[in-house]
Design a protein. Structure first.
Length: 159
């Protein structure tokens, strides 16, 4: 089985949450260290830090990863994504690893995370998705138009 770095990062974070339920979030360093200790791949891959920092973080712009597994609670702190969390509109990737993508002994932790962190709102999509799809619509109408000049024209004759 070729374990994806994103799934390894998710599992390390989920294990931390289950082991320390009183904690709301964890530092990126703690997530990387937990992945190193779990040794899911046989060695710690440098990509774990990048995935915990950016590629898996739902409320950051994709660069290029679009996973929605983690949520940035601060500059260097992360937690698993909760149903209802704000997500960057360009993030469309998976939230949880697929069962067939993780070693059998870790499938229970994925199920635990789904129950604890919920999937209902995440699977339905965000209620504002259609509004975000309007971004940039009609921009060609304003191309070459100076905003200040346009407002000045609108206000002509007001007194």
């Amino acid at each position: 089985m070729d374990l994806k770095v994103a799934d390894e990062t998710f599992l390390a974070t989920a294990l931390l949450h289950r082991e320390q339920p009183e904690r709301l979030d964890f530092t990126i360093g703690e997530i990387v260290e937990r992945a190193r200790r779990e040794n899911l791949f046989g060695e710690l891959r440098p990509g774990v830090r990048v995935h915990a920092t950016l590629h898996c973080v739902a409320n950051r712009a994709p660069n290029p990863g679009t996973y929605r597994m983690l949520y940035a609670t601060g500059k260097r702190t992360r937690r698993l994504l909760l149903a209802g969390d704000d997500v960057d509109p360009d993030r469309t990737g998976k939230i949880f690893p697929q069962d067939e993508d993780v070693p059998p002994k870790y499938r229970e932790i994925v199920e635990w995370a789904k129950q604890r962190y919920g999937t209902e709102k995440q699977d339905r999509g965000r209620w504002l998705d259609s509004v975000f799809q309007l971004r940039g619509l009609g921009k060609e109408l304003w191309r070459g138009e100076d905003a200040d000049e346009y407002i000045r024209k609108l206000r002509e004759g007001w007194e």
